[in-house]
Ligand binder design. Structure first.
Ligand code: AMP
Ligand code: GLC
Length: 453
């Protein structure tokens, strides 16, 4: 397969049509990411000072939330040892203060909504309406120029304005992102892959706080949109999920009545009760985006433990197990599109057919590689700068398995009334950072697909 030729034409096709999609509504989580690139020696000193034995305990098993500095450092080591991402809520002030004094190298837009707003609105020029739980000056300053809007109540009516013109001086919701490269060493551990640990010092996004402007005027805000992307349910717990879920249920009802396709960006959700509640809600979405850890966690609550284990057993992830899991999820929930992404390839299972599904995935993979390569993508023409990143060789065995099993041709197969689309991705060997790549992938593919329809 000449994947590079397909990459090129998919990029040109999406670029020329992306302005057609209309407005995209983005809810609910926006925050500030304070990114710290870890230094092995500094980390070791901190661990020794906090008490190495206690810290190491948490590197074997993550706590449910962070209530002390040893828990924070142990959780960072947990991520490094496995090369896996994790995110925990930082409960107590002394730990928040420790992180603040530890500092950061860079402040960036964070949260699925914030990242997607800047990409879709600030880079692609697609108008977006974003939910920002708290608009501090620092938060507002992280929004790019472009057609990005937040609702503001003025004399009882809702006005859509750029976040920098909101004039708010609310709280800053800061997530501390501890990034490490592949091969990063600390004590006897070595990171098998680049990744990050996130400590969320944030009382708003973590409880899915929804602003009055959105609660009271949702239908009006939704009416002017063509597509919607929902995210930010991941930090809820069995104690606090009911109220936000009721509001979200109402929002989904309104969006469905307006026939607006809604995508759910499923981030890792540690609480099983919340995960089950999301599963029950999935049929109200057009589309869902997830990675292998997230798909495995859904299989677990569906009682598919064996399949969940298979999804995490191999590198690259076994595509036949993934397809089986996506199929089970589609049959159970009737969600129309499932977009799976992993290190090296993407798959999309849809209850509709067409090459545009695959081409939107290609556009998304190019955007992801550009983000990994450049850190920040400033214009749609930056995306094409990733064309020189090679297509992942490991994906050849994945493609061969799909050809064998499902008779896939040119990245497309038909199975039991569904279409399966596959693409091998471009992997940047030394990415600038990893945070936000998943959001870039999912939003580019979803919006790209509607641009190509
Ligand atoms: P998530 O884990 O949801 O944030 O998504 C991370 C995704 O980013 C992975 O599934 C990969 O597809 C992609 N990704 C991670 N690292 C790289 C890289 N170095 N180059 C290109 N894509 C990457
Ligand atoms: C989660 C984190 C946020 C980060 C985002 C990246 O929403 O809370 O800090 O920016 O993931 O995908």
């Amino acid at each position: 397969m000449d994947w590079d030729a397909l990459y090129s034409s998919a990029f040109e096709a999406v670029k020329s049509r992306i302005m057609r999609v209309g407005r995209v509504l983005l809810a609910y989580n926006t925050n500030i990411d304070a990114i710290k690139y870890l230094d092995g020696r500094d980390l070791e000193e901190r661990v020794n000072k906090a008490g190495k034995d206690e810290v190491l305990r948490y590197s074997d098993e993550l706590p449910g939330r962070i209530e002390s500095v040893p828990q924070l450092l142990g959780s960072i080591l947990w991520s490094i040892k496995r090369g896996k991402a994790a995110e925990l809520f930082i409960e107590d002030c002394p730990t928040r203060f420790h992180m603040k004094r530890w500092g950061w190298d860079e402040l960036r837009m964070g949260g699925q909504v914030g990242i997607m707003a800047n990409l879709l609105g600030g880079v692609y020029g697609v108008p977006v309406i974003a939910h920002v739980p708290q608009l501090s000056r620092l938060q507002a300053g992280l929004f790019k120029d472009g057609p990005i809007y937040v609702p503001k109540l003025e004399d009882g009516t809702v006005k859509l304005i750029h976040p920098r013109n909101f004039g708010g001086d609310e709280e800053s919701c800061i997530h501390f992102i501890y990034e490490f490269p592949r091969g990063f060493r600390v004590f006897d551990f070595e990171a098998p892959r680049e990744n990050r640990f996130i400590g969320a010092a944030d009382d708003y996004n973590t409880t899915l706080f929804i602003r009055d402007e959105f609660r009271e005027n949702f239908e009006k805000i939704a009416e002017s949109s063509s597509l919607a992307i929902i995210s930010g349910l991941q930090a809820l717990t069995k104690e606090n999920y009911r109220e936000p879920f009721e509001i979200i249920g109402g929002h989904l009802k309104a969006l469905n009545e307006l026939e607006i396709p809604v995508h759910l960006e499923f981030a890792f959700t540690p609480d099983e009760t919340v995960r089950k509640a999301i599963l029950d809600l999935l049929g109200k979405f057009w589309s869902v985006g997830l990675n292998e850890v997230e798909l495995a966690s859904i299989m677990e609550v569906m009682g598919e433990k064996g399949l969940a284990e298979k999804l995490l057993a191999n590198d690259p992830v076994d595509p036949i197990a993934v397809t089986e899991a996506m199929f089970k999820l589609a049959e159970k929930t009737r969600v129309r599109r499932i977009h799976f992404h992993t290190y090296g390839y993407y798959l999309a299972l849809t209850d509709y057919k067409g090459e545009f599904v695959r081409d939107a995935l290609l556009f998304a993979a190019l955007a992801a590689a550009a983000k990994a390569k450049l850190g920040d993508v400033r214009s749609i023409d930056d995306v094409v700068k990733a064309m020189d990143v090679p297509v992942n060789e490991k994906a050849e065995s994945v493609e061969a398995a799909l050809v064998r099993e499902y008779g896939m041709r040119n990245g497309i197969a038909e199975l039991d009334g569904y279409q399966l689309a596959f693409i091998p991705t471009k992997i940047v060997a030394k990415p600038k950072s990893t945070v936000g790549i998943g959001d870039t992938i999912s939003s580019s593919a979803f919006v790209g697909e509607f641009a190509l329809r």
